[in-house]
Design a protein around this ligand. Structure first.
Ligand SMILES: *Cc1c(COP(=O)(O)O)cnc(C)c1O
Length: 277
């Protein structure tokens, strides 16, 4: 199983890999990546051999995310940050291609039109069934990294207003980024974008965030949020409400998963005793 948005981003890529009949399937990811976690679980379930190009040196004591990947049968390739940036053009990709024959490659995070399409389906499913008591939502909120998931939601005929909360600090052109990945013309749709301006940037944590997540969990013991994406999104909306800058009454938050990301955080900061992911 691979909960969260990554399985939706992977859906059509995996379908294509199976149609092509490959045995090897490869992708890129960071050492704490939710994408790697979902990618390895899903590909192994389908009988494929996963190969993962890991950003930065691979430490001999693997992160929990990478250890799980190896235990599930993944082959890891370390990659310098510089080469990693070149993605499907990198030297390491050429190396992997020469070590194995016929590999299906998935871009980092499962992005690209196939990833967007899987998220569009997901959005259709969520927004078909769940009105807010039959009334339309005033705003749909979604956390983002590459913007692929947001592009899928914005491409759904059921979404006409979307607020996107980037997990990255100082994102420029996020709106354009998302609109340009969309599968349909989104110019008539209302898209709000925010960057991560409270906790120091991607994967960074603050005492305020931890305190907030403990409060949220104690008030909602059935709701576990992740520390990198959904937790920060809720924190930011809470700030907007406090500042009087959130005029929307019926707000829908999309839970994109990512609980395994807590494995990159010291346990004494966890709001809960355990995570199921
Ligand atoms: C990867 C991820 C996102 C961001 O998805 P993008 O399609 O890259 O924008 C959001 N939330 C969680 C939990 C994720 O793991």
């Amino acid at each position: 199983m691979a909960p969260g948005n990554k399985q939706h981003k992977l859906k059509y890529h995996l379908e294509k890999a199976l149609i092509e009949g490959v045995r090897y399937i490869a992708t890129f990811g960071g050492p704490y990546s939710n994408h790697i976690d979902a990618f390895v679980k899903r590909t192994v379930e389908l009988g494929l051999q996963p190969i993962v190009v890991v950003r930065g040196e691979v430490q001999p004591s693997l992160t929990d995310t990478l250890r799980t990947a190896v235990c599930n049968g993944a082959i890891l390739y370390p990659c310098s940050r510089q080469d990693y940036k070149r993605g499907l053009d990198s030297d390491v990709k050429r190396q992997v291609d020469s070590d194995f024959n016929t590999i299906y490659w998935i871009p980092e995070g499962g992005s690209g039109p196939l990833g967007v399409k899987g998220c569009q389906d997901w959005a259709e499913g969520i927004l078909n069934n769940n009105g807010s008591g039959g009334e339309p939502w005033d705003m749909v909120c979604l956390a983002s990294g590459t913007g692929t998931t947001a592009a899928g939601f914005l491409s759904s005929s059921n979404v006409s207003q979307l607020a996107v909360f980037s997990a990255l600090k100082g994102t420029k052109n996020l709106e354009l980024d998302i609109r340009s990945q969309a599968l349909v013309d989104t110019s008539g749709k209302h898209l709000l974008t925010f960057d991560e301006c409270y906790h120091g940037g991607f994967g960074k944590f603050s005492p305020e965030l931890f305190a907030f997540l403990c409060d949220v969990y104690s008030l909602n013991p059935t709701l576990k949020l992740d520390p990198v994406y959904t937790g920060k999104m809720l924190y930011q909306v809470q700030q907007l409400i406090t500042d009087g800058r959130w005029p929307y009454r019926r707000t829908l938050f999309i839970h994109t998963g990512g609980l395994q990301g807590w494995r990159g955080v010291a346990k004494h900061h966890w709001p809960f005793d355990s995570i199921d992911y």
